[in-house]
Ligand binder design. Structure first.
Ligand SMILES: [Zn+2]
Length: 77
C-alpha cells in the first residue's frame, strides 16, 4: 500500500485518531494502528479499525474514557 496523496512509502505505527462528537466536542482514540507516509506524514487508519471507531462513535454516549486531557488552543485571529 502506498500513500494516496503523494505515493510515498507507508510505515506501520500507532497513534492518536481525533473524532468529533455530535455536540462538537473532541474525542481521541489512542494506540490506533496507523499507516503513516514517510514523505508527507499523511496517516491512514489500518484495516477495520476505522469501522471499529465508527461503530464506537455511533454509541458515543456509552464510551468510557480512560483519561481526560485539557488541550491548549491557539487562536490565529
Ligand atoms: Zn504521502
Amino acid at each position: 500500500m502506498k500513500c494516496y496523496e503523494c505515493g510515498g512509502v507507508l510505515v506501520q505505527t500507532k497513534g492518536l485518531v481525533r473524532m468529533t462528537k455530535k455536540d462538537g466536542g473532541l474525542i481521541l482514540f489512542k494506540e490506533v494502528p496507523l499507516s503513516q507516509c514517510q514523505q508527507c506524514g499523511e496517516q491512514y487508519i489500518q484495516g477495520n479499525w476505522s469501522e471499529k471507531i465508527g461503530l464506537m462513535m455511533s454509541h458515543e454516549n456509552e464510551l468510557v474514557p480512560q483519561e481526560i486531557l485539557s488541550v491548549p488552543v491557539v487562536s490565529m485571529s
